[in-house]
Design a binder for this molecule. Sequence first.
Ligand SMILES: [Zn+2]
Length: 352
Amino acid sequence: MDVVWTDLHRRQNPKMEINLGQPIPTYERPDRAETIRQQLETDERFNFVGLTEHGRSPIEAVHALGLIDYLESAWPEIHRTTGRHEFAPEAMLHVGLREGMSAARPPEGAAAAFGYWCYETATPLVEGTYIASRASVDVALTAAEKILAGAPSAYGLCRPPGHHAAANVFGGFCYFNNAAIAAHHVASTTGTKVTVLDVDYHHGNGTQQIFYERDDVQFVSLHGDPKRAYPWFIGHEDEVGAGKGRGYNINVAFGPEAEDDEYVTRLAGVCEQIAAFGPSMVIVSLGVDTYWNDPISDLALTTDGYRRCGEVVKQLGIPTLILQEGGYDIEAIGRNVHAWISPFASSVLQWQ
Ligand SMILES: [Zn+2]
């Protein structure tokens, strides 16, 4: 099974985030990806390959041009005007700020404009953010093309993650939505249906927003209930899609401390809905921050639970692209990702 990897993720190396009003060491660190790589390298079933560059156009098909331009160009001005080596927004555009008035315009200065394009405080810019984010998209697209070329599965070790980035706004450690860009690329170039199955602890709000009115991309998310969990304002079970997308957005919200048996049972339930939809490809937004010891989440899955999850999804018998999202217990992230994707690696051996 191919694992798409790039060293360029290391260019995204912020030191801090603002968490509950306090600066703390960021959870989204380069050693997350390095630990996953080291774990997978111990298993000869995984074949590491580099990325292929795809340019801006697959990103422009999903994200606002202004957001892409901002991420591409903002850093030199921010660094010059603030002297900082990383930067987070001060004021963010709230829906109530201009209620009853015309839409807001982005401020002219890059530092102030941060709050126009970003909705929260844990997603700073550093010098290498754009390079790493572009590379993360290319990792996802390169892995997608392995499947379009005939592989039954592939894993893209994306970093930074992507599923919190919506069409017009980024946040949640995410800049470009890797899974959504890959899903749109596959759906639009093949004319087939695609499912994005998001199993990160946090609701994939960006992916939901991007596909909310579409009937060719089904979005299924299992996550901590937004009543108590980030991203707070989106991810409720009564959000089912709109327009022709109605019925193609499925949210499954868990209470705290949910364990393997409940999770696997509900995952198997949504897999029946995926099978009924009939996609040509399942794209898994794989977060292992549902782990019992994850520092920012409150579910209680185990490493063996992840193996069971992978087996359930593999049993769909649909080509499966697995892309890395969250997971912040760095001591455990490698073996948890390995457990989840291992059932797919075994299928490659059977085919040979
Ligand atoms: Zn997460």
